[in-house]
Design a protein around this ligand. Structure first.
Ligand SMILES: C[S@@+](CC[C@H](N)C(=O)[O-])C[C@H]1O[C@@H](n2cnc3c(N)ncnc32)[C@H](O)[C@@H]1O
Length: 238
């Protein structure tokens, strides 16, 4: 789905301007939406990435760079964070400079669906809360597979809908009331948080997403559900 269904412009253009518009408030509101759990989830992504001792990592949809910053703890790893929103990247670049990590992390403007890297360039790819914003999901996933080395790992952190009906009820209360409320009170772009909430509910999660990964050619796919299934970490291999 697009942030604004009424507009003719492409999903990519809309997503790019939406994240440019909310870049300044993004980190703060993200903490409120996830009740601060985002820090823990990014650490988990990093722990999974660390298992194979990767030297080259691409963090797609890096936004303000928090996953890239976490990945910088991996000994010897060089990280590229890529995003279509220049303003999200600007904030990330400031954080990287403040932590003196410019020699380990490079943030670049780029599109997940048309990566400017040759085949088999990276040991590991991470994507945090990015895939549901892709215009063409399978194109983006296939591009990730193309630039991964053989047996390389793709780690995706994404919102999912809990299976248990009682938990699902609380999930919908948070998602349909709390998140739009945060957008209304704190955001410059009120509609952005309606889109973020609706796209999270509509996005294929669990077994459905695993099937999509399989169709894109990934193998050995596992899922680790977080926060009672409201978020999932998918790990897949090329
Ligand atoms: C919800 S933010 C996630 C940022 C960060 N990964 C995190 O964990 O907080 C989603 C990001 O995906 C980026 N994005 C969406 N579509 C993209 C694409 N096709 N290529 C690269 N980045 C994209 C957006 O610009 C935005 O910064």
């Amino acid at each position: 789905m697009k942030p604004n269904q009424q507009l003719e412009t492409s999903k990519k253009t809309q997503v790019q301007s939406m994240f440019n518009a909310i870049s300044i408030e993004y980190d703060y509101i993200n903490k409120l939406i996830t009740f601060g759990n985002d820090i823990k989830w990014r650490k988990k992504v990093c722990e999974i990435a660390k298992e194979n001792g990767p030297q080259s990592i691409l963090d797609i949809a890096t936004g303000t760079g928090d996953i890239a910053l976490e990945l910088a703890n991996i000994e010897g790893a060089k990280i590229i964070g890529l995003d279509i929103s220049e303003k999200m990247l600007d904030i990330g670049r400031k954080k990287i400079a403040n932590q003196n990590l410019s020699d380990k992390i490079d943030l670049v403007l780029g599109d997940a669906e048309n990566l400017n890297y040759s085949n088999s360039s990276f040991d590991t790819i991470t994507i945090g809360f990015g895939v549901r914003n892709f215009q063409n999901l399978t194109k983006g996933l296939k591009e990730s597979k193309r630039v991964l080395k053989e047996n390389g790992k793709l780690i995706i952190l994404e919102s999912s809908v809990p299976k248990n009906s009682i938990i699902k009820f609380f999930y919908f209360v948070i998602s349909r009331i709390y998140i739009p409320f945060l957008g209304l009170v704190f955001s410059k772009d009120k509609s952005a948080y309606n889109y973020l909430q609706k796209s999270a509910e509509k996005f294929p999660s669990g077994d459905q997403f695993i099937e999509i990964l399989k169709d894109c050619g990934f193998k050995n796919i596992t899922t680790k559900r977080q926060m009672l299934g409201a978020t999932s970490i998918y790990v897949a291999q090329k």
